[in-house]
Ligand binder design. Sequence first.
Ligand SMILES: [Zn+2]
Ligand SMILES: [Zn+2]
Length: 355
Amino acid sequence: MPRLTAVRRFVSNTGARIYRIACEALPGLSARVYLILGAGPATLVDAGSGEGRCTEQIVAALESIAEEHGEDFQPRRIERILITHAHIDHIGGLADLVGRTGAQVGAHPFDAPVVSDWDEHAAVFNRRLLDFLEQAGVPGERHSALLELFGFAPGRMACVRVDFPLDEQHPLPGLRVIHTPGHSPGHVCIQVGDILLCGDHILARTIPQQWPETLAAFTGLRHYLDSLKKILQTEGTRMALGGHEPPILGVRRRVEEIMAAQERRIERVVEIVGGSPSPPCLVDIAQRIYTRQQGFFELLALIDVGSRVEYLEQLGRLEVANRGELRGGSRQPARYRLSRTDSRITTIAPVGEDA
Ligand SMILES: [Zn+2]
Ligand SMILES: [Zn+2]
């Protein structure tokens, strides 16, 4: 188990106190949950996974805040729990924490259905994931094992009602909500004065996982890159605190690094497709990039590469080489080549001007 760091306190330029709580969300993955005091009612941002000792660790940390930081605070005073996005490591602990505090839950309308009906969402997602694996060129006999590894199992989390929408149309006193779709459809960042609680949209060390839009609308690199630009346009952010990993002090620099890394990853796909003797499928491309990934990480890598190929198709730089075959109902994987007809929008010179 990773060593958990102590509760750490941050103060925004508006005087809000933000307490960072570390918990072991999944084996080998620690997550951060934040308590905000002094910006409207006592607010918790994210809820951990609810698995292993995660909730216990969050509650123990919350209980320590009064004494260690001199706050007049008890966990039962938490009035609202805001969800940055509906991934299991951020929402699995909701039911238990709502039960202990009676807090109201806020989530973006695009992610709220996952919180309130995990099982139905899991069924739809797994169906789409199967189609994705088939199109990607993963042999049929591996599908069910990979699906199981992915962990979108029915009954994995106890569902809770979402009480209010967390979006840009419904301002909350003391906080600003910024919708940042990409890593998940309803991902939001929450601005508290000059501190940005950025969930998994921006991480200090890791390039956040991406998914093709065929798996979920409002994910995909196109949305993600737009959402990164949105953060660049957000004025007055001194520091960002993510759902994992250390605080980010140079937010602009980190966003630019992530954009540059995505750019390199995209060009790497173009290079591989362009240099292949015959059109590769997603599995072929992923194996060239990630030579050592196995099991769960192999699946995440494949999904991430899927988001890049999809984006390149949207840009008109890649196309499916065996479209006719697929149209005829073949269950062959989709194979990609560089676009022969460059469908990128070009500027057309007005009539009468020299080209
Ligand atoms: Zn996430
Ligand atoms: Zn996460």
